[in-house]
Structure formats: structure tokens, C-alpha cells
Design a protein around this ligand. Structure first.
Ligand SMILES: *Cc1c(COP(=O)(O)O)cnc(C)c1O
Length: 522
């Protein structure tokens, strides 16, 4: 067994088999599925292509003599391949997806219907602006909602994920410092509980990262922050509510200290779901914050799928926002794209075109269907659901911060597993056998064996009770010494434990045939 840097076991654990492996690798009506290239479809084609009406000799020496190298599956074979693969995936449409920090909420079908309207789905980014007025108006209206909900004067719509938004925010901050003769500032401060993307983004932009300590109750240590702020600091990156699921109650003081030191306040807004409609980050002194539309505003995410991470900006950073943006004139909507006039200080672009249009439509549909009061209730219900989980599990598991309520996620540590021989990882794998996707594990790093549960507001009390029931049964089994149930889990999943570190460090991204079969004679 190997360990990654945070002491999390990664490689497969040898175990006594709790249940028999099957002979074929299939499980419960789910067949083992090979790669599409391994389905032996080299020498055939799934479509009937008419014979060419020109003699092939015209191509002289260019005539292909080896197969194209694409699997030529028939339609039923192709459909089955992809449906089988899809059944190996967990999805929010199947069950609760309690990944803390990820805000895996239901994706309303209305959003999908709107995103498929031809006027949004069938347009091309290079179409003349006069032919896409409706799409530009939607971007403009969404921008207006984002600015209103955050109390910020400007927004950059093009970043395509939260991490991309962080990059956008730090590039705007760097441009602002350079314009203000402060280009020598080379340090970014991040709390120890920060999401990994924060220090990674800062390093990517060329900043060195210094950690800010955390207090015993899970918040930024103000004294440590004050000690580390200085003439070299360009920005702080703080998540609020933070990754421990707690509101930074000294947030206004954090902003004041930061500004007094001449630095900017980047807020990681991934947890905006907990406060949307209740608190405006602009009122707290934030200079830049990304909003994961795929978290707070219900657009789908997971598996690296398309996201959108617009970044709201304070008045100080607004002039440096990346192009393009939409403006509204008497004669309609236009795009500001050239680095001149109002865009003279734009730091550049974040993407080739105008952002993730399909996600904009979904997020806007979600906002309009909730309305302002509905969005406030989103935050309230998300917080209520997390506190319900915390309250119902605190007698069998150990909450990392037992005092007081949490925000939208409930954080437990692994103290309650002491002496059982069972780890957070084992517990999470056993959840899979019980039909529940695990919570986020071993994050934030500041909590030992962390288990971070985010139910979101879209789960009913009945669904939460089912989840709580499963966790209570498992906790009971762990304390009763049923070690095998955990050590070998998952027993019922198509694959058992993978060496995730090896997969990440040495990914096999390319399939090569052992032998290329000859071109079939027709
Ligand atoms: C999800 C998340 C991010 C990164 O967002 P992506 O859209 O996945 O790039 C950053 N910080 C926190 C706290 C997050 O939860």
C-alpha cells in the first residue's frame, strides 16, 4: 500500500474477499466493458457508404492500404457501449451526491430545455453581432444578476471554470498593481484550509504563496494575517464561507487589513451557494470573486464537463477586466473586443470567444425561475440541510467544529474511528456498497481524516434521512469491529480499489493496438 502526501492510502488493499468475484467481471446485469478500440471492430464499418463514383486509381500512391484505425461499430453496438459506460458513472440524477465543496445540486430540466432553443444552441461565435442580439442580451442580463447578487460593479463572463476564474482575478490584480507602480508585489497569502486551486493559480501567475494560519475554531488567524501582510503582498485569497463550512466572521476586518497593506482581496466564491441572496460579497470588501455557475446556479458539472466561472470585480479592478464584454447602446447589444477606449487597460482575454453560452442560458433560467426570494431560500435551505446532517450524525461521528452551526456543509474528522482500524477511505468505500456516493474525503487538509458532506438544498428530508440512516448503520458496524466490511470495500462496485496516485502520476492516455490488422478485402 502506498500513501500520498497527505497520508491517504491509495493503492489497492489486499483483503479477504467479502463476496466472491464473478467469473466474467460483470456484476448484477452490468457487463464488464472494454475500450471502444478493443471491441474488434477494425475491419468493419457501422455505416453503409456508397461506392465512389470516380475510379480509386486517380489517387495513385495515396490510396490507403491500412485500416483507418477507427472502430466501425454498428448502431446497437455503439449505443450499448456508451450506455454501459454511463451506468458505471454516478450521477446527480441517480442519488444524492454529497461531495463537499462541489455543490452537486439537481440540474432542473427547464434549464436544459432553454439551453436547447435554436437561438442559443445553434449559433456560431463568429456570426455577425447583429444576428445574435438575443444571445448577447442574455449574457448582459446574466451579468446584471451576478453583479446585483454580489454587489459588485463589473463582471468578466468568459472564464470557463472556478480555477480559470481565479486565474482571471489574479491577472486583473497583477495588471492593477503594475498600473499603480506596485508590480514588485510578488506574494499571495492563502489560508491553510484553501482549495488546492488557490495556491496553484497564484504559482501559475508567478506569485510565491505564503500560508495564513487557522484558529482552533476553523477561521483565518487575524494576528497571523496581519503579521504576514506587507509591501510584498499582492493579494490574499480567502474562501467564504470557508472550506471548513464556516463563515469567516472577521471578513470585514480581513478586507480592511488587506487594503491597508495595499493588497487586493480575492475571494474564492465556490461556496456562494451558502450566502446567495443573504450577503453581498461587495459589501464585505471583496475585490474579485469567481462564481461557479456549475455550483451555485445549478448548471451540470463533474467529469471535467463544461463549467463557467464568471469573476465579479470591484471598481478598482474593473478597468483591467479581460475582453470581450457586452455593452448596450441605443442601437442594440455590442461586444467590446478591441484593447482601446473603454478596454484600453484590459489585461487580455481568457478565452477565444465569449464564454460558455450553454451554461449562461442554464444559469439564467435557474435565476429567473427562482427569483430573488427563491435564491435567498436556496441559501437558507442549503444551510438548514447541512445543519440537519450535522445534528443527526454528531452522536456517532465526530464533528470537526462541534460548537455552533455550520454553513452549507457539515465537516467531520476521523477521531470517532480511533481504535477501529478503519480509515476515512475505508468508510467512504463502504458507503459505495450501501448505494451512496462518498462525501469529499481528506479535504480540507487542516482536519485529520476529513469527511466533508454537502447535501445542497435540492435534497428532501426523506432523502437526507435515508443517507443519515446508511451512515449511522455503517458507523455502528465500524464501532462493532466489522473491519472486513470496510477494509475490502467496495465489494459491489465494478472495480474495487484503484491506485489513484499511480493513475494521476502515470496516466495511460493513449491506446495502441498490439498489431494493426490488414485491410479487409471487400
Ligand atoms: C470547486 C472549487 C474550486 C474550483 O472550481 P472549478 O470550477 O472546479 O475549477 C475552487 N475553490 C473551491 C473552494 C471549490 O470548491
Amino acid at each position: 500500500m502506498t500513501m500520498n502526501t497527505v497520508g491517504r492510502p491509495t493503492a489497492p488493499v489486499p483483503t479477504s474477499d467479502y463476496i466472491h468475484p464473478t467469473l466474467t467481471g460483470g456484476r448484477g446485469l452490468l457487463q464488464d466493458e472494454a475500450l471502444i478500440f478493443e471491441l474488434n471492430a477494425w475491419a468493419k464499418t457501422g455505416v453503409d457508404i456508397p461506392d465512389a463514383d470516380r475510379p480509386a486509381d486517380d489517387l495513385a500512391g495515396l490510396l490507403r492500404t491500412t485500416p483507418v484505425g477507427l472502430p466501425g461499430l454498428s448502431e446497437p453496438e455503439a449505443v450499448r457501449h456508451y450506455v454501459r459506460l454511463s451506468q458505471k458513472n454516478h450521477a446527480i440524477d441517480l442519488a444524492l451526491y454529497p461531495l463537499g465543496s462541489c455543490t452537486m445540486k439537481h440540474n432542473p430540466r427547464l434549464n436544459e430545455k432553454m439551453a436547447r432553443l435554436a437561438g442559443f444552441a445553434d449559433i456560431h461565435p463568429l456570426q455577425p453581432v447583429s444576428t445574435v442580439q438575443g444571445a448577447l442580451e442574455l449574457i448582459d442580463r446574466l451579468a446584471h444578476w451576478l453583479k446585483t447578487l454580489t454587489g459588485m460593479p463589473a463582471v468578466a463572463m468568459t472564464p470557463k471554470a472556478g480555477a480559470h476564474g481565479e486565474l482571471c482575478g489574479l491577472l486583473a490584480i497583477r495588471a492593477a498593481h503594475e498600473a499603480g507602480g506596485q508590480g514588485h508585489r510578488k506574494t499571495v497569502l492563502c489560508p491553510t484550509s484553501a482549495h488546492g486551486t488557490n495556491p496553484a493559480t497564484a504559482a501559475f501567475v508567478g506569485y510565491s504563496v505564503v500560508e495564513i494560519a487557522q484558529t482552533d475554531d476553523g477561521r483565518v488567524d487575524l494576528a497571523d494575517l496581519a503579521a504576514k501582510l506587507g509591501p510584498d503582498v499582492a493579494a490574499i485569497m480567502v474562501t467564504n464561507p470557508n472550506t471548513c463550512g464556516l463563515f469567516e466572521r472577521d471578513i470585514i476586518e480581513i478586507a480592511r487589513l488587506t487594503h491597508d497593506a495595499g493588497a487586493y482581496f480575492y475571494c474564492d466564491g465556490a461556496n456562494f451557494n451558502a450566502i446567495v441572496g443573504r450577503v453581498r460579497p461587495g459589501d464585505l470588501g471583496v475585490d474579485a470573486m469567481h462564481i461557479n455557475l456549475h455550483k451555485t446556479f445549478s448548471t451540470p458539472h463533474g467529469g471535467g464537463g463544461p463549467g463557467a466561472g464568471p469573476v465579479v470585480l470591484s471598481a478598482a479592478l474593473a478597468p483591467f477586466a479581460p475582453a470581450p464584454w457586452v455593452v448596450h447602446h441605443a442601437d442594440g447589444f455590442k461586444l467590446v473586443e478591441e484593447a482601446a477606449d473603454e478596454a484600453a487597460h484590459a489585461f487580455g482575454r481568457m478565452s477565444a470567444f465569449h464564454g460558455q453560452m450553454g451554461m449562461f442560458v442554464r444559469a439564467y433560467a435557474y435565476m429567473r425561475s427562482h427569483g430573488a426570494d427563491g435564491l435567498r431560500q436556496v441559501a437558507e435551505d442549503a444551510v438548514l440541510n447541512a445543519n440537519y446532517i450535522k445534528a443527526r450524525l454528531s452522536d456517532v461521528m465526530s464533528p470537526a467544529f462541534p460548537d455552533g452551526p455550520c454553513m452549507h456543509e457539515a465537516l467531520f474528522d476521523d477521531e470517532w474511528l480511533d481504535g477501529t482500524g478503519i480509515t476515512t477511505l475505508d468508510f467512504a468505500k463502504a458507503m459505495i456498497d450501501e448505494g451512496f456516493h462518498p462525501m469529499t474525503m481528506y479535504f480540507p487538509l487542516v482536519v485529520h481524516g476529513a469527511m466533508l458532506i454537502e447535501p445542497t438544498e435540492t435534497e428532501s428530508k426523506q432523502e437526507l434521512d435515508r443517507f443519515i440512516h446508511a451512515l449511522r448503520l455503517l458507523a455502528g458496524a465500524a464501532k462493532a469491529g466489522e473491519v472486513d466490511r470496510f477494509k475490502g470495500a467496495p465489494f459491489h462496485a465494478p472495480l474495487r480499489r484503484l491506485d489513484e496516485t499511480l493513475a494521476a502520476r502515470k496516466p495511460r492516455l493513449r491506446w495502441r493496438p498490439e498489431t494493426i490488422p490488414p485491410l479487409a478485402a471487400e
